[in-house]
Design a binder for this molecule. Structure first.
Ligand code: FES
Length: 119
């Protein structure tokens, strides 16, 4: 059985509750690259591919600002779809009912790691 592999994303303190996302890039097995992000919500870190379910574009303006003004939804800057941060479920907008692609995150010893098996 393969050893679990992890990749450092950022220090825990870089992610504040409902604050800016930490953007990163996945290198997929086929050599392609995919934008992704990690956010902290209600104390826990969540990560998703940075790809809206409506049209496959990055949801922010490459500035890591994904939370809406309430701090309870991730919002796509293109047409305003709103996603629930802890599930990735789209609760409002043109892609309502669909979900972001989640990535497995491990937070320990003050650092946030991506489980690379999910790449
Ligand atoms: S591309 Fe995200 S809501 Fe349209």
């Amino acid at each position: 059985m393969a050893e679990p592999k992890t990749r450092l994303i950022c220090a825990s303190e870089a992610l504040r509750n409902s604050g800016d996302a930490q953007r990163f890039t996945l290198e997929l097995a086929d050599g392609s690259r995919q934008a992704a992000f990690a956010v902290r919500y209600n104390g826990k870190v969540y990560a998703y591919l940075n790809r809206c379910c409506h049209i496959p574009v990055e949801m922010d303006l490459q500035d890591g600002r994904l939370f809406d003004l309430t701090g309870h939804y991730l919002i796509c800057s293109m047409h305003g779809a709103r996603y629930v941060p802890d599930s990735g479920y789209c609760s409002w907008g043109p892609c309502r009912g669909q979900s972001l692609t989640p990535l497995e995150i491990i937070e320990e010893n003050g650092q946030v790691w991506l489980n690379v098996m999910s790449e």
